[in-house]
Design a protein around this ligand. Structure first.
Ligand SMILES: CC(C)(COP(=O)(O)OP(=O)(O)OC[C@H]1O[C@@H](n2cnc3c(N)ncnc32)[C@H](O)[C@@H]1OP(=O)(O)O)[C@@H](O)C(=O)NCCC(=O)NCCS
Length: 102
């Protein structure tokens, strides 16, 4: 079981366990995340284990106008030991639901 709190700026200092051993720890700079957090905070969400550790997150952006408005996944990462637990599916479902809101 996990919960889906918003992804907030201070999470940038705690998600190293999510990225560890994935070879992309240095791929994204804080400014990369801040760009999406500042512009589309409602499309940035984490998933947290009962022990409080972040085990996945998603960052998205919104594109299009009126009927073509839709969400777009920018970053989706799940802590490798927690893979295939449908955490990514849950995060994507959440992003889709938020994107579909008027
Ligand atoms: C890819 C990733 C997000 C999947 O997370 P996850 O929580 O294990 O995925 P889920 O358990 O929700 O699985 C959803 C579906 O994707 C499939 N899947 C999961 N990882 C997969 C992989 N590496 N290759 C192919 N299919 C995969 C699952 O089998 C499942 O399929 P189904 O719906 O037909 O049953 C995770 O492995 C990850 O963070 N990878 C590294 C970062 C990355 O590649 N991110 C995506 C680009 S930004």
């Amino acid at each position: 079981m996990s919960v889906l709190p918003p992804f907030i700026t201070s999470d940038m200092f705690t998600f190293s366990n999510v990225l560890m051993n994935m070879g992309n720890l240095l791929q994204y700079s804080p400014s990369y995340y801040l760009n999406y957090l500042a512009r589309w905070p409602e499309l940035c969400c984490a998933t947290v284990a009962p022990n409080g550790h972040m085990i996945g997150y998603i960052c998205g952006k919104a594109e299009g106008l009126f009927h073509s408005f839709h969400g777009h996944i920018i970053i989706l990462t799940v802590f490798p030991p927690c893979s295939l637990l449908r955490l990514a599916s849950t995060l994507i479902t959440h992003l889709k639901a938020v994107s579909d809101e008027p």
